[in-house]
Design a protein around this ligand. Structure first.
Ligand SMILES: NC(=O)c1ccc[n+]([C@@H]2O[C@H](COP(=O)([O-])OP(=O)(O)OC[C@H]3O[C@@H](n4cnc5c(N)ncnc54)[C@H](O)[C@@H]3O)[C@@H](O)[C@H]2O)c1
Length: 380
């Protein structure tokens, strides 16, 4: 659970430059992009955004990228990025355009920006946001962060959390938040393999702005006016992927996995609608919905660990999730198990177990010693 209390007062006063740029928005004022985060996905996105702003008149040429400073072979990662135009640690072998400028100082990186892209693992947000006090005024923001928080048996969108925290502080305005979600494995996107993505936005004009930031012939971005629906797809897919992994581990074929994907998508939509207003059916047919779910149920760490969990259980030598995580993920974190627990808490608190047979059965298998074979004994 993100420590909401860690977020201190955010947004006090904007610089005169920022206010000026706000007044001129809609006229000739150019937008300036700042990317907050520089991991695998942040770097793939920096490659795309760096190229796009050079090609499109509405943007300033420079894109700043806040980088968590690390030492790589005796050198600062920011210096390597700025000299070699490559994030050798998180996306080796892929070059940025040289207008992408890495900065280890968040205040400097955000200075003068009007469009903020949040793309860091969400466990680090608690450290970042307090530093943003006074910096996001006049900005619009988009979250590329896949994950979800829970409080009082209810889900909280990361985008809502970011917006609420940036609104804190004296004279802090609302910061409009969109999300970018989709079937997007960073390394494939960075290579230029064709992919689609979905912008969930509050307003189509803002959605169009984000499309112009991200869209390329190889990365096709479509807007939907549904932030919650798009964002929840990105979070709940990891729970469904556990179900897909159980099927793989037991040796079930494609028909069974297709059934899990179909039911999982339906339950994801039901869950989103139960907790958020304005969620639209069409969202689940976009890249953020069906496509991301399919990708995650065929590849990815959650499917892989559930596959092993099922095999070990079937062999009579069950393995705990934390052991599988440590042995298989090389320091990365398994997300589906934690989300499965939180989702179950919400479903139980709402008394809706009958409406979510798949999510409930995945939970029972993962945490209550139910046999993996029971994944197909659901009354849908
Ligand atoms: N990687 C993908 O294929 C992919 C695709 C779509 C969405 N996403 C989502 O994008 C978000 C970012 O993922 P990613 O793959 O770019 O990140 P990543 O897993 O590569 O994370 C590493 C990032 O965390 C930073 N970091 C490490 N320690 C830190 C600390 N103590 N404080 C602050 N930052 C620290 C690193 O500098 C680096 O930028 C996630 O929510 C992820 O779910 C990832």
């Amino acid at each position: 659970m993100l420590r909401v209390t860690l977020f201190s007062a955010v947004l006090a006063a904007a610089s005169a430059t920022r206010l000026e740029s706000l007044r001129l928005r809609g006229g000739q004022q150019k937008e300036k992009v700042c990317i907050i985060g520089s991991g695998n996905w942040g770097s793939a996105i920096a490659k795309i955004v760096g190229r796009n702003v050079l090609d499109r008149d509405q943007f300033e040429d420079e894109v700043t990228m806040w980088v968590f400073q690390e030492n790589v072979d005796g050198k600062n990662l920011t210096d390597i990025i700025n000299n070699e135009h490559e994030n050798v640690k998180y996306l080796p072998g892929v070059k940025f355009t040289d207008n992408v400028v890495a900065d280890p100082d968040l205040t400097n990186a955000v200075q003068g920006a009007t469009l903020l892209i949040f793309v860091l693992p969400h466990q680090f947000l608690g450290r970042i946001c307090p530093q943003m006090t006074g910096m996001a005024k006049g900005c619009r923001a988009v979250s590329l962060i896949k994950g979800i928080e829970f409080k009082d048996s209810k889900p909280i969108l990361i985008s809502d959390l970011l917006a609420a925290e940036m609104k804190k502080g004296p004279n802090a305005p609302d910061v409009d938040m969109s999300v970018l979600m989709g079937a997007n494995v960073a390394n494939e996107v960075a290579k230029g393999d064709f992919a689609e993505a979905t912008v969930g936005c509050t307003d189509l004009a803002i959605g169009a702005k984000w499309v112009s930031v991200f869209n390329t012939p190889d990365f096709k971005v479509d807007p939907v006016m549904d932030v919650a629906g798009a964002e929840l797809c990105g979070a709940l897919k990891n729970v469904v992927a556990l179900g897909a992994g159980f099927c793989d581990g037991l040796g079930f074929g494609g028909n069974t996995k297709a059934a899990i994907i179909r039911i999982g998508l339906k339950e994801t939509a039901k869950f989103a609608k139960m907790f958020f207003s304005g969620v639209q059916d069409d969202t689940f047919m976009e890249s953020c919905g069906l496509a991301d779910l399919v990708t995650t149920c065929f590849g990815g760490r959650n499917r892989k660990c559930a596959d092993i969990y099922a095999k070990m259980q079937k062999a009579g030598t069950p393995k705990a999730w934390d052991v599988i995580e440590t042995e298989e993920l090389n320091g990365q974190k398994l997300q589906g198990t934690g989300t499965a627990k939180d989702v179950m808490t919400c479903i139980k608190a709402a008394g809706k177990e009958k409406d979510f047979p798949l999510m409930c059965q995945i939970y029972r298998i993962a945490f209550e010693d139910a046999k993996c074979e029971t994944i197909i004994q659901i009354n849908n």
